[in-house]
Design a protein around this ligand. Structure first.
Ligand code: CA
Length: 692
């Protein structure tokens, strides 16, 4: 039997400011986070003021108390149980001794950063049924802090502002059409008094855009689309008209995709905002744009002016994307000496497996090299355009294409140490069986990937065994300096420190410090729940802390990872470390008992079980996992009790478990469909009895 593959599922004024701040470094800190402080964030070693620590998003801290010499004495200082292991991908912020972090369902928390005392929680009350329109769980990756307010996006498309002091709502704006399949999982960014926010949803069939809101009032300042709409409605800009020349057919019907669900980076020197743009909707160009074309600005880095959102330049990493190769992955700004000349660059390691160094003023391609084993392209042209493998686009029958849609690198933040000159990030090597569903028709209520997940016919090539490693990449020479093989295909985001350290977690709960220069393991902590979020570091009263969230989100939920697949795992926690500390954690949760044969009876024929499996593939798989083996976050359906089975229809159609996050599907399924799915789930339980 074919083993199913995992599914998919941010100059002058600044210069003066830096000088001014440097001049008053011995006096008490400025009372609040304003533009000047954000621009000078790099020299503010105590705090972690923005998602990527600074506007360059290098995630490199100058702190050195924890160093390659002392890290062996690092221990747990405090922890906080997040109440769930779901949706935990957030990067905390730290401002003047208060740590702010988001959790599942976009809930915002504030803690005393030294003691762990919880100061406040703001729950935006996300309607649980909206989880139906997220590919990769109910995650939130972070917040923005500005002038005494904390900003976060909510899963259901709102941008909320609360007071830093008490978590009290200041304003909220609905950034997406209510009831449509948009979601927000990425962190907002601050740019000159505006709050920037994008959204996800390309897999469901929406049109991507990024919005800028006035930070004080929540009024929309500008909005820039990433793909063209229906020409009959007129284009919003010349950039949209130009983009439309690269599309064909009636692409707008399914939205076109191109959602900007993660990387949005602001460059105050150039007054530019760089947007990482996602994949097309549907995935396959032949269905989306039958006449071919590059389909701008899918899978591109899009640079727009921060003041008004006007197009400045773009660089497309994957022209005419066909494989969910988003360019939403983390974007990082740096100054690099290339060919004897200092260049202001933007760097990215997007899903498609190539590491790009781009001139961030002009969009000129400077260099690019594959950082992973891939088979969809054999290299890049001197202009940075991929040299495709024709098999990967022909998609005749089924074709194993590497990397798969979760990408050679995904959302996991990368870090850059200016001393070593290396970029640290997790690499995933795997393939995906792409099969075009020729019968696909756009349906706004469901996933619109247009892949045939049930395909069992002939294939080109073979599936790759998924594997992963942590890589230290030299962006100047475009080569790997070192790597550490990992036991799992996925591993976490990274933190770099001036202590010559790189911190990173793994899905099996291992949290490590590596020597930045050579990758040697210098320290390790074992937690019972996986760690994939990016760590941060900060200091309070002269003590350096390292903080990281443990827990899961997407797409690890879909990888059926060892120790995670099919079984519940320990609690999601905020873990905070400091030298010489030794706080203790509760006893780990015991492993789940083996699956029992179901006692609930439901008469169904073999043909009906097979029909149920197809319905499951199209409706349930995204959350509950391949073959009804849960990724460990949402319930494993094979463990459903007779009581649960007795109300199966009320759960699926009636919303009986909606308060717990199970959406209702009464607009796409009927009673008979539910019976068939239930028959399939019962069969899978029977097949799994005695195991996990
Ligand atoms: Ca995608």
């Amino acid at each position: 039997m074919r083993r199913p593959r995992p599914v998919p599922v941010s100059w002058l004024v600044g210069l003066i400011t830096v000088v001014l701040l440097a001049g008053c470094a011995d006096t008490s800190p400025a009372p609040d986070v304003d533009d000047a402080r954000l621009i000078a964030a790099d020299s503010d070693d105590e705090n972690w003021l923005t998602y990527g620590r600074t506007y360059k998003e290098q995630r490199h801290s100058p702190l050195t108390e924890v160093s390659e010499e002392t890290v062996g004495r690092l221990g747990l200082a405090w922890y906080y149980d997040m109440g769930t292991k779901r949706g935990l991908e957030g990067t905390p912020l730290v401002v003047e001794g208060v740590l702010y972090v988001t959790g599942a369902w976009s809930v915002m928390h504030a803690f005393d950063a030294a003691t762990g005392e919880r100061l406040w929680t703001h729950d935006p009350q996300v309607p649980r049924g909206h989880s139906r329109f997220v590919c990769c769980d109910v995650v939130n990756r972070g917040q923005a802090f500005y002038r005494g307010q904390v900003y976060a996006g909510t899963l259901d498309g709102r941008l909320v502002s609360v007071t830093a002091e008490g978590g009290d709502l200041v304003w909220e704006s609905q950034t997406t059409p209510v009831g449509e399949a948009y979601s927000i999982t990425g962190a907002p960014r601050i740019a000159g008094g505006k709050v920037l926010i994008g959204s996800g949803g390309a897999e469901y069939g929406v049109r991507g855009y990024v919005s800028a809101y006035d930070a004080a009032t929540g009024e929309l300042s500008w909005r820039v689309y990433t793909v063209p709409g229906n020409p009959a409605d007129g284009f919003e800009s010349d950039a949209m008209a130009a983009a439309a020349e690269t599309w064909s057919g009636e692409w707008w019907e399914a939205g076109g995709g191109g959602t900007a669900w993660d990387a949005i980076v602001y460059d105050p020197e150039l007054d530019l905002v760089y947007i990482g743009v996602g994949n097309g909707s549907p995935w396959y160009r032949q269905l989306r744009s039958p006449g071919g074309g590059d389909n701008l600005y899918l899978s591109s880095i899009l640079a727009v002016r921060a003041s008004d959102g006007e197009y400045v330049w773009h660089f497309q990493t994957t022209p005419g994307d066909n494989w969910d190769y988003t360019a939403t992955q983390p974007l990082m700004l740096a100054e690099l000496e290339i060919d004897g000349r200092e260049r202001r660059v933007i760097m990215q390691a997007p899903k498609n497996g190539f590491f790009y160094v781009i001139d961030r003023e002009t969009g000129e391609f400077l260099s690019g090299e594959a950082f992973a084993d891939i088979n969809w392209a054999t290299g890049l042209t001197p202009e940075g355009r991929p040299i495709e493998n024709p098999d990967a686009r022909a998609l005749e029958g089924g074709v194993h294409v590497a990397p798969g849609p979760t990408g050679a690198h995904n959302w996991h933040p990368m870090s850059f140490n200016p001393e070593t000159g290396l970029v640290y990030f997790p690499v995933q090597e795997h393939s995906w069986l792409h099969v075009v569903d020729d019968e696909w028709e756009y349906d706004r209520r469901v996933l619109n990937i247009a892949g045939d997940f049930a395909y069992t016919g002939p294939t080109t090539g073979e599936a790759w065994t998924p594997r992963g490693h942590l890589v230290a990449w030299d962006p100047v020479t475009q080569s790997e300096a070192w790597r550490v093989e990992q036991p799992h295909p996925l591993s976490g985001g990274t933190l770099s420190t001036a202590g010559n350290l790189v911190f990173q977690g793994r899905p099996d709960g291992v949290f490590r410090a590596y020597r930045a220069t050579d990758g040697e393991v210098l320290w390790e902590f074992q937690h019972e729940t996986g760690i994939l979020a990016a760590p941060i570091t900060y200091s309070v009263d002269g003590t350096q802390y390292v903080a990281v969230l443990s827990g899961y989100g997407g797409p690890e939920v879909l990888f059926n990872l060892p120790g995670l697949a099919g079984g519940s795992v320990g609690p999601g926690r905020l873990l905070v470390f400091a030298l010489g500390e030794n706080a203790s954690l509760p006893e780990p949760m015991p492993p789940l008992p083996p699956i029992e044969a179901p006692t609930f009876e439901l008469a169904a024929t073999e043909a009906e079980v097979e029909q149920g499996s197809l319905l499951y593939l199209n409706t349930c798989l995204g959350c509950h996992g391949f073959a009804a083996v849960s990724g460990g976050i949402v319930p494993d359906l094979r463990r459903s009790t007779a009581e649960t089975h007795a109300i199966f229809e009320q759960i699926v159609l009636g919303g009986a478990r909606e308060p717990l996050g199970m959406p209702r599907f009464d607009d796409v399924l009927d009673s008979e469909d539910v019976r068939l799915i239930q028959a399939y789930v019962l069969r899978r339980a029977l097949e799994s009895a005695g195991g996990n």
